[in-house]
Design a protein around this ligand. Structure first.
Ligand SMILES: Nc1ncnc2c1ncn2[C@@H]1O[C@H](COP(=O)(O)OP(=O)(O)OP(=O)(O)O)[C@@H](O)[C@H]1O
Length: 294
């Protein structure tokens, strides 16, 4: 089902009602994020590049909100704003009603590039943040880190250094490193980009299983349409720069999900619709950039 341009991803219902395609037994644990008329430009005024243009969006608690858009439209810019690494020029972003003014451990970000510290073991990487902040007793922290590493399938690899891990294992270590902070929101910026096809699909299944177990609010940016449809509750399709929300597609595939669902007629229709929008936006961008070219 499609909703209109710049409409709201899903009204965050006060009672936290679940949709039929959710694992109804798992309560949502995440936060609500509201973006209201958010604009962002880069560069000096005389040569300013308007990236986001009055973008409004509501990200509902406990849902997997996936963002796709044409290359260079500002997906990572949006991630940086949600993470609090950057500030909007105008408009506002709130989490549970509080304006985001900087990074916080309520929002953990996993990027496509590994951010693991190369000279620390996997275990040391996972405990690093909370240890630095001193916000957990050492014994509890170590117990939790071991539990998480077993959960992400790295129980046997705790004492290995990042470069001794495969790409998929590194991403799982990154997930453990984020999850130890018990964030209310996970923000994922193309986290599986660069993995080979098999590792990527295994990571998608693994990540989905984690999500379906704990139902945190997730914002997941990807350029892979199949990945987007496989993961999403709400698929946000962005326009070209200056970027707005073009469409929000409510992905009604049942949960728990498996890959065979991507071959259904329903999934095919989601894919066709998304590709049509992205193609149209790419053509507009091409037309703009080729203006003046003889
Ligand atoms: N710090 C910055 N300073 C100046 N320009 C920037 C900065 N960050 C991003 N941009 C520009 O903003 C635009 C959007 O970049 P962004 O990385 O957010 O897009 P994206 O949709 O994530 O791209 P891709 O699909 O290639 O990953 C690009 O034109 C980029 O060059």
């Amino acid at each position: 089902m499609l909703t209109n341009r710049n409409s709201i991803a899903r009204a965050a219902s006060a009672g936290g009602a679940t949709k039929s395609n959710k694992a109804a037994s798992t309560p949502a644990t995440g936060s609500t994020i509201e973006l209201t008329n958010v604009s962002k430009a880069y560069g000096e005024e005389w040569l300013s590049d308007q990236i986001l243009d009055n973008l409004s969006l509501s990200i509902a608690p406990g849902e997997m909100t996936v963002i796709v858009g044409p290359s260079g439209c500002g997906k990572s810019t949006l991630v940086n704003l949600l993470a609090g690494f950057e500030e909007p020029d105008s408009g506002k972003i709130t989490i549970d009603g509080e304006e985001i003014t900087g990074p916080g451990k309520d929002r953990m970000v996993v990027f496509q590039e590994t951010a693991l510290i190369p000279w620390q073991t996997t275990f040391e990487n996972v405990v690093f943040g909370p240890k630095l902040r001193g916000d957990m007793k050492t014994a509890d922290l170590e117990k939790e880190a071991k539990k998480l590493l077993v959960k992400v399938g790295l129980g046997e690899f705790m004492s290995k250094f990042p470069l001794q891990l495969s790409g998929g294992m590194q991403r799982r270590a990154e997930l453990a490193r984020a999850l130890i902070n018990e964030p209310k929101v996970m923000i994922m910026d193309e986290p599986f980009r660069g993995l080979d096809a098999m590792s990527r699909s295994l990571m998608q299944e693994f990540f989905l299983q984690l999500f379906e177990e704990n139902r945190r609010t997730n914002v997941f940016v990807t350029s892979e349409i199949d990945e987007a449809i496989f993961l999403a509750d709400n698929l946000i399709v962005l326009t070209n720069k200056p970027t707005k929300v073009e469409k929000i597609i409510d992905i009604k595939l049942p949960r728990p999900r498996n890959y065979s669902m991507l071959t259904s007629a329903e999934a095919f229709e989601y894919k066709r619709e998304t590709m049509a929008i992205l193609h149209e936006e790419a053509m507009k961008s091409f037309a703009n950039t080729s203006k003046g070219v003889a």
